[in-house]
Design a protein around this ligand. Structure first.
Ligand code: SF4
Ligand code: SF4
Length: 222
């Protein structure tokens, strides 16, 4: 997959534009993921719930520490990306050529070769196509619309749209935070976005509550 700092192979697409694409399940896109598979807060929540089936005591913090690494994206704003096996670039969840967490794979994986970003209005997301790999664009047809219905449950779509709105707001506040307290603000942002959840409760109401509390804290610091 394309690392986040090399986005020249990412192109906007319309929802109904036909795309020649067929996945042969070769798993090549899982073998070169360094810095490219982001775990959004919803992904971390879903993955922890999934892993809890075999590890009853596992927490979101455990998952972030064991399987992910933090990546600063802008001043005060840090996301998590999946770790690779040693320095090989291979995803640690790839086992015998298959994704071992398929039902709970992160958004980046379930949408690939598509991806999404904030749209021009809050209730829409913009869709993009990654053209870094040529081999899977030789046969078959799909559209972003079809991919969306196939890959994004409604609950996840709502979580993504909420996340885009909150990140924009958080970014504005973080830019105003004085240097003396930026480390504290960064830590608070990571904890509220990723960690403060009850895994037995639905994600979105908790995320919205956390973000509201975070914005109040950032406003006090700004
Ligand atoms: S999306 Fe492409 S690279 Fe990934 S498994 Fe399918 S064919 Fe292989
Ligand atoms: S989480 Fe699964 S789908 Fe995503 S890169 Fe790893 S093995 Fe591939």
């Amino acid at each position: 997959m394309t690392p986040m700092h090399e986005l020249h192979d990412i192109h906007p697409v319309t929802m109904r534009e036909p795309i020649t694409f067929h996945c042969t399940q070769c798993s090549e896109c899982c073998r070169n993921i360094r810095d490219s598979v982001m775990l959004a807060p919803y992904d971390a929540f879903r993955l922890t719930r999934h892993l809890r089936r075999d590890h009853a005591e596992i927490t979101i913090e455990d998952v972030l520490m064991q399987y992910c690494e933090p990546k600063p994206l802008s001043r005060g704003y840090v996301i998590y990306v999946l770790k690779t096996v040693d320095d090989s670039g291979v995803c640690g969840f790839l086992k015998d050529g298959k994704c071992s967490i398929y039902a709970a794979r992160p958004r980046t994986c379930r949408l690939y070769p598509f991806s999404v970003g904030p749209g021009v209005v809050d209730s829409y997301m913009a869709w993009y196509l990654c053209t870094e790999r040529k081999e899977h664009f030789n046969s078959g047809t799909t559209t972003a619309r079809e991919w969306k219905y196939k890959s994004l449950p409604r609950e996840e779509e709502d979580a993504i749209l909420a996340e885009f709105r909150c990140i924009a707001q958080m970014g504005k506040l973080l830019r105003r935070i004085p240097e003396t307290v930026i480390e504290h603000a960064t830590l608070q942002s990571m904890l509220f976005a990723y960690a403060y959840y009850d895994l037995d409760e639905p994600f979105l109401p908790q995320y919205l509550r956390n973000m509201k509390e975070l914005m109040q804290q950032l406003q006090r610091l700004a």
